[in-house]
Design a protein around this ligand. Structure first.
Ligand SMILES: [Fe+2]
Ligand SMILES: [Fe+2]
Length: 180
């Protein structure tokens, strides 16, 4: 398998999860009621899986290695765009979290922000993913030798192996601050 293999498999789960978000968004829009637990669950999925685990492998490993290569201007521009898009996804999730806290605190108008941010994520990810799957990943594989691809794939597995430990030691750290 090449490094784009696990990334594309992760894309499929992100797409499926966003379809579920779309179904819940239709209910939120119809009933004008938000279940904050649903939003928390989706935020956890996006932050831990889509951002830390998935964008993490893209940025911390694949893009880091591509930085060392002499990319043509199209590929360099493509990488810049993908990084900017990761940043805007993170910002959107932050705004979604803030709006959900506002809503839970009694600010009924925050529901419109929640609807807008969920809609953004539902529209954003498939376009971002298509760009990577169909253009950026296949176009940039040529910069690597087979050995380099193999090394990156090994680093991906190692990166994944750490994720569950990072998540739950982080959870402990935040709880221990609250409980002293
Ligand atoms: Fe990405
Ligand atoms: Fe991706």
């Amino acid at each position: 398998m090449k490094p784009r293999g696990p990334l594309m498999i992760e894309h499929r789960l992100i797409e499926k999860m966003l379809k579920i978000v779309g179904r819940e968004l239709a209910i939120i829009t119809r009933d004008r009621v938000v279940d904050p637990v649903f939003i928390d669950t989706i935020v956890d999925f996006i932050r831990t899986y889509a951002d830390r685990t998935h964008h993490g492998k893209e940025e911390d490993i694949l893009f880091r290695e591509l930085e060392k290569k002499d990319l043509d201007s199209k590929d360099r521009q493509g990488m810049r765009e993908l990084i900017d898009e990761h940043v805007s996804a993170r910002k959107t999730v932050r705004e979604l979290v803030e709006a959900t806290a506002g809503y839970a605190g009694g600010d009924a108008a925050a529901i419109d922000v929640i609807i807008a941010r969920l809609s953004f994520l539902i529209d954003f990810y498939p376009v971002h993913i298509r760009k990577e799957d169909r253009v950026f990943f296949p176009d940039t594989e040529k910069y690597f030798s087979d050995d380099e691809l193999e090394e990156m794939l090994d680093e991906f597995w190692e990166f994944d192996r750490k994720m569950i430990h990072e998540k739950y030691s982080g959870l402990y750290d935040s709880l221990s601050k609250r409980y002293g």
